[in-house]
Design a protein around this ligand. Structure first.
Ligand code: IPE
Ligand code: IPE
Ligand code: MG
Length: 264
């Protein structure tokens, strides 16, 4: 079925957008850089934390939409390693909000048989946050069909360095040997066992990666939207998915539809 351009989607209702989706080619793994909470708040003359609080509405909406669509893996960038450089008061409020959110969502993870899988330098989180994060991760670790990965105190570079160091340790004690292979190295990353994201969404108009999943996004389709994270809704998820479904994922090969005669 020919798809509309993103521009003409603007006129369509959510139900129309939904019906345009090809259920067969939905991404298996969607990752999101949830950005723009502070700007959302400052546009309204509110403190930044009001934007973070409203951002949780968007998180729920994306969780629900991906669940209904049957997208098995959703990875949310909630707090970067670099975010530790923010004022302590903002960090404290963010951690409190995160704990509240996890307590509220805990039951839903169980009901939806969803694994909660935190990644990042979790030992840097406040003790109460660490405890809750580890508890919910343990409680849900037996769920295999659906996973919500939450990147907390996460940095892509340190993840790669950490993987390299653990591989060196294993080589030194004889658990690993030979020259390093990609598939072997991936097993040392925090996302080991998960497929790479098919689609990465970044909100707020910034067109950068901000140290997120550097290894894993080598061939991910990237969707940048100006929408600020607290305004991001089901409709925005559908628009991102429709845009993704228009892309030709070539992985270095020739475009689809190029006839063999035209290949040379
Ligand atoms: C994203 O929103 C949330 C976190 C990084 C924790 P920001 O807080 O970065 O909002 P802006 O980018 O300043 O608008
Ligand atoms: C990226 O947003 C991190 C998260 C969304 C958690 P930032 O707001 O921290 O990124 P920069 O500083 O604009 O690159
Ligand atoms: Mg930001």
């Amino acid at each position: 079925m020919p798809l509309h351009s993103t521009h003409s989607f603007a006129e369509l209702t959510e139900d129309d957008l939904f019906s345009q989706l090809d259920q067969e080619t939905l991404p298996r793994h969607v990752a999101v850089i949830m950005d723009g909470n502070g700007r959302w708040a400052s546009h309204r003359g509110l403190p930044r934390i009001a934007g973070h609080r409203e951002g949780l509405v968007a998180v729920r909406e994306v969780l629900n939409t991906c669940y209904r669509l049957g997208i098995p893996i959703l990875t949310l960038y909630a707090f970067s390693e670099e975010n530790w450089n923010r004022p302590q008061a903002e960090i404290d409020l963010l951690m409190t909000l995160l704990e509240k959110f996890l307590l509220q969502e805990r039951q839903t993870f169980h009901e939806r048989k969803t694994r909660f899988f935190p990644i990042g330098l979790l030992h840097k989180l406040p003790a109460s946050t660490q405890e809750l994060v580890h508890t919910i991760a343990q409680e849900t670790e037996h769920f295999t069909d659906r996973t919500v990965v939450v990147a907390l105190s996460y940095g892509g570079r340190s993840e790669i360095i950490d993987a390299a160091n653990r591989l060196i340790d294993d080589m030194q004690c004889g658990k690993a040997s030979g020259r390093v292979q990609e598939a072997q190295f991936e097993r040392y990353l925090s996302t080991a066992g998960f497929p790479d994201p098919d689609l990465l969404i970044r909100t707020s108009g910034e067109a950068r990666i901000s140290n997120f999943l550097l290894w894993q996004i080598a061939y991910t389709e990237i969707y940048f939207t100006k929408t600020l994270w607290p305004d991001f809704r089901r409709r925005d998820v559908l628009l991102a998915l429709l845009d993704y479904q228009k892309r030709d994922r070539r992985f270095g090969r020739l475009p689809h539809g190029v006839s063999p005669q035209n290949r040379l």
